[in-house]
Ligand binder design. Sequence first.
Ligand code: F6R
Length: 258
Amino acid sequence: MEVIIKANYDEISLEAANYVKRLVQNKPNCVLGLATGSTPLGLYKELIRMHREEGLDFSKVYTFNLDEYYGIPHSHEQSYHTFMQENLFQHINVQPERIHVPSGTAEDVKAFCQWYEDEIKRLGGIDLQILGIGRDGHIAFNEPGSSLGSRTRIKTLTQETIEDNARFFGSKDLVPRYAVTMGVGTIFEAKEIILLANGANKAETIAKAVEGPVTAQVTASILQLHPNTIFLLDEAAASKLERNDYYKWVYENKPRHT
Ligand code: F6R
């Protein structure tokens, strides 16, 4: 686990985009795991810029999104299908048949979730998973109490998550109560993971996830056990980490051969 602390949101977005760029250049048919929410918007803007101005080619890339609300159509303006189209997919040359976003309308949800898991495996597993983190410590929609071994499934959202997302729906009564989400176990199998967090309102959660005990009450804490995870934080999100100075020291003194 590596903790990288940058001055601000733009810097973490650029750093994350450079990781994605290197992967796409080295492995054009890589499998990217993608997140929605406010946090990765800067990363997506930078990837769009890299595509337009530097010709970064996504034509062979596969993508899997973490989650989707259950019970709203894909065409809904707040669905994660719509979010991904508007904020990334329609601006780069990723091929529609290589895009995977969980279905929020599958009648047989269990069968769909199994298919999603199988599809990730069939394509060789996720090379790089991008994550945000909820204030309750969730990754994807794995709310507190989710099994650390869980797989893709339907989950009931917590009231805190519903309140946090009410800003997009206009009212918390309009926020769906369920989501189809990759499990903690699914995410843990990604070869590389970058968790992005910015802003003071994430500081306490980040401290728990990075320096607290590994617990299903903070599902992001499982990343402490992952061999290839980076917490990419701005100063505000890192402000409650006890070993803040050490993480900076490590980053500044990184051995050249790694
Ligand atoms: C989104 C997702 C969620 C968000 C988290 C943080 O696909 O899986 O876990 O990453 O809720 O959301 P923001 O970035 O809006 O603070």
